[in-house]
Design a protein around this ligand. Structure first.
Ligand SMILES: Cc1cc2nc3c(=O)[nH]c(=O)nc-3n(C[C@H](O)[C@H](O)[C@H](O)COP(=O)(O)O)c2cc1C
Length: 665
């Protein structure tokens, strides 16, 4: 459109109705200062421009970077490394070419504050959360100059906002920041802004807040809500529409919960409850600053050639029993490498014949194939027949083949284990068909999904858990595989992913410190009841179906288990693709294979006897062939993704220069 053709009245005519023509003309004559052109400030500018405000002062000293893309209106591939204020000025002028815009590319500072606030009717805060000092300074100067000011913070998937009028409570009286350390000022600002912490119970990964690097989680929805409420308050303030509720009133609107609260803090942060919240906040901040930063598990491995590094980096997301990742990669050149597998039979009672590790290795090979396909390769994989049985070794050659996508590739890293209750809704027949097709022609699926079957399975798993928890040989496994107080773990299973409640976890941690404690609790205090209830019985009842993946041929050699592992991984990735949750329930099958193979897995005769009974019950429920030729067993169902999960070792830790012993770090 030719800029001469731009017509203010037409451009903003659809505001009329909610605004009168006179009010619209008045808005055109208003000048607003916005500090910060990031997620919140940029959206403020565009929103207020579309409201028809005629003049702005905008300030930001930053340039756009990729990490801004999720929420900042001006962050685009075309504006990367461009100054934020310049970009937003261009965007706003693209909406209203007649805008009177003053750009402060040096940001707001003490020495340009008066120029920034000169002649403005309203100040809108879009400053970085981590800039509390300049924020306090701007608000103080606004008060001196008689300028009303609004601050709206993007909180979770909502907004918390405050209005400061020249004759109301001051910013400093409300937040009480003077004399505090910068970190304490963060706390006071947050606690004052959001006295109702609606957002807290849906923060799924608290560790994403990194105070040291001044970065925290933030959503576009919250930024847009900030601009929505601020635009609305601006209408009321600039047009004297009132009533507004300035500080000490606070406003919190959470779209996720969804809830709105307006409250009044007569003493601001000096009130007794706010003081207590601030004190608790200081402690939490001190803890956060002391905690080591989470290491990225996806850190690139620069020494490796590119497609190979990416393929291996994806393949390492394959699942393994207790997250042991029993594999290391020896790289020969751009397209050739060796996988040195090992099993854990020497110390894991569930892997006495290495079968669980072989299944995991099968899963790794399948993941490798899928990852390679998306990069235009197929894998030629040869198992070394002369390698020792407990060290399965594979030579892999990547061979170029026409690039194609693989439907399961996007789900490699998203696939995970859900050990908590799922919905009981049965699987749709379309989903069941897709899962059955996923295992391929050499395997089939036995479903146990009728309510009666699920109940019998729950009973069986309840009995099975008794064997797990009372077998002394299982104790070293249980006591070493859990990462305590963890949401994520790169080498083990984080306690929060086990499916127990926090109190149960505390008890379990105490008990697992020694076999004597476990034994004592089990014997005299019914110590197995709580974990069996929370980790076995309830999840087994609460799912869509239990399943067994069965081989059509008897399972005799390692390759049969590797093939089973491949089928498992296709099934599991397909479940993820269909939005289903998944948990393996492998120990009944493992005990059954010990019974059939007459493996003496415990010195405890009771455990051996119970395993025999379990095997009989499983055969009665799933059928004799399913138990003898079953490679994998578990449950699936609809429900949310787990909030806690195992991660993987970084690729650099999975590389070996020759065989198993050395790792390159
Ligand atoms: C062969 C095999 C057996 C497993 N057995 C069980 C099991 O009996 N119970 C369970 O909760 N998880 C089991 N898992 C899941 C692993 O603990 C899990 O995959 C691993 O910790 C990685 O976590 P992720 O799946 O969330 O990535 C098994 C996984 C594999 C590959």
């Amino acid at each position: 459109m030719n800029i001469q053709e731009f017509d203010y009245q037409t451009a903003f005519s659809r505001n009329l109705g909610w605004l009168t023509e006179t009010e619209q003309i008045l808005l055109k004559s208003k000048r607003i200062a916005i500090a910060g052109m990031g997620g919140v400030g940029g959206t403020h500018l565009l929103t207020l421009t579309r409201l028809g405000i005629g003049a702005f002062h905008i300030a930001d000293l930053d340039v756009f970077e990729q990490a801004n893309f999720n929420r900042q209106a001006g962050a685009m591939t075309s504006t990367l490394d461009h100054p934020k204020a310049e970009v937003l000025a261009r965007m706003a002028k693209d909406i209203n070419p007649a805008l009177d815009l003053k750009v402060f590319n040096e940001g707001v500072q003490g020495d340009n504050l008066d120029a920034f606030l000169e002649g403005v009717d309203l100040f809108v805060d879009g400053l970085d959360f981590f800039a509390p000092q300049i924020r306090a300074q701007v608000f103080a100067r606004c008060r001196e100059l008689g300028i009303p000011a609004i601050t709206a913070g993007p909180i979770g998937m909502g907004t918390a906002y405050l209005i400061f009028t020249p004759d109301g409570m001051s910013f400093e009286d409300y937040f009480r920041m003077a004399g505090l350390s910068v970190e304490q000022q963060y706390v006071n600002f947050l606690v004052g802004l959001t006295p109702s912490g609606f957002h807290r119970d849906y923060l799924v990964d608290p560790q994403r807040l990194n105070l040291a690097e001044k970065r925290g989680p933030s959503t576009i929805m919250a930024c847009q809500l900030c601009a929505g409420v601020t635009g609305t308050e601006a209408v009321k303030i600039l047009l004297n529409r009132g009533p507004i509720h300035p500080a000490p009133y606070y406003h919190v609107f959470d779209a996720y919960r969804p809830r709105y609260r307006r409250g009044r803090l007569r003493w601001g942060n000096r009130g007794p409850l706010q003081t207590l919240k601030c004190k608790l906040g200081y402690r939490q901040v001190a803890r956060l600053l002391a905690a080591p930063a989470r290491a990225s598990t996806d850190a690139a491995t620069p020494e490796l050639p590119k497609p190979l590094a990416t393929i291996l980096s994806q393949a390492r997301w394959a699942p393994s029993g207790d997250n042991t990742q029993p594999w290391r990669f020896e790289i020969h050149d751009d397209t050739r490498f060796t996988i040195h597998g090992h099993d854990t039979r020497d110390h894991v009672v569930y892997d006495l014949r290495g079968r669980a590790s072989q299944i995991a290795l099968g899963g790794l090979l399948e993941t490798l194939d899928i990852a390679a396909a998306t990069h235009g390769f197929r894998c030629d994989i040869q198992r070394r027949l002369d390698a020792p049985e407990n060290r399965p070794t594979f030579d892999v050659q990547l061979i170029e083949s026409p690039a194609r996508s693989h439907p399961l590739a996007p789900f490699i890293a998203a696939r995970s284990t859900q050990r908590r209750s799922m919905q009981r809704r049965p699987l749709t027949s379309r989903h069941r068909d897709a899962l059955e097709a996923a295992v391929g022609p050499d395997h089939y699926v036995v479903w146990l999904q009728e309510p009666g079957e699920r109940r019998r399975m729950a009973r069986l798993l309840w009995d099975n858990a008794l064997v797990r928890l009372t077998t002394p040989e299982a104790y070293p496994v249980h006591s070493s595989i859990i990462d305590w107080n963890a949401q994520y773990s790169t080498e083990r299973i984080p306690d929060q992913a086990l499916g127990m409640d926090p109190l149960g976890l505390k008890l379990m941690r105490w008990a697992l410190a020694s076999w004597q404690r476990v034994h004592f609790l089990n014997r005299y205090l019914g110590g197995t009841l709580l974990p069996r209830l929370q980790m076995d019985l309830l999840p087994a009842l609460n799912c869509g179906a239990h399943f067994v993946i069965v081989s059509r041929q008897p399972l005799t050699i390692m390759d049969d288990y590797i093939a089973g592992g491949r089928a498992m991984q296709r099934f599991w990735l397909t479940a993820t693709r269909l939005g289903l949750q998944f948990q393996p329930e492998m120990t009944p099958l493992i005990f059954a294979s010990y019974v059939h193979g007459q493996v003496e897995f415990s010195r405890e005769s009771k455990s051996m006897e119970r395993a025999v009974r379990l095997t009989r019950d499983l055969q009665a429920l799933a059928g004799e062939t399913a138990v003898r030729q079953g490679v994998f067993m578990g449950r699936v169902g609809y429900g949310p993704n787990p909030a806690a999960r195992s991660l993987r070792l970084p690729l650099s830790k999975l590389l070996t220069s020759s065989g198993h012993d050395k790792t390159i770090s």
